[in-house]
Design a protein around this ligand. Sequence first.
Ligand code: MG
Length: 160
Amino acid sequence: MSLNKKLSDALNEQINEEMWSSNLYLSMSIYFDKMGLSGCAHWMKKQAEEELGHAHKIIEWSVKRGGEPEVGQINVVPTGWGSPLEVFEHVYKHEVHVSESIDKLVNIASAEKDKATQDFLWGFVREQVEEEESAQKIIAKFKLMGEKNIVFLDMELGKR
Ligand code: MG
């Protein structure tokens, strides 16, 4: 069974979403690098690599299943944040949004009775649970430590 058009198009939207996410995290890494918080910048660069990896994974799946993967135009990403905490709150908000878009994909795959693609997508569903948790944990630590102690969080995030 090959991918139907509706599902292939929905996967293309997700490819775009993942690439946009990668650029968002790259933009956040620049914000931190400019502040001298190289650990936070490193964490964001790793995050950007992971998101690009997700895009590649979906492209590979679409090719394998006879879909029509496409690399579309990527919209511009934000560049400025008010504070480091605001950046991580944005990360959490964004990951919740990504989880919702993955859920929608599962619903489409289910409606199209494509079991193999559903199985492929469960990996992403599980990964989103981890993504949301890790952002929440960073925010919680940040709030406990306070703005002045961000250097300690920066050291920890640099070890990723
Ligand atoms: Mg992703």
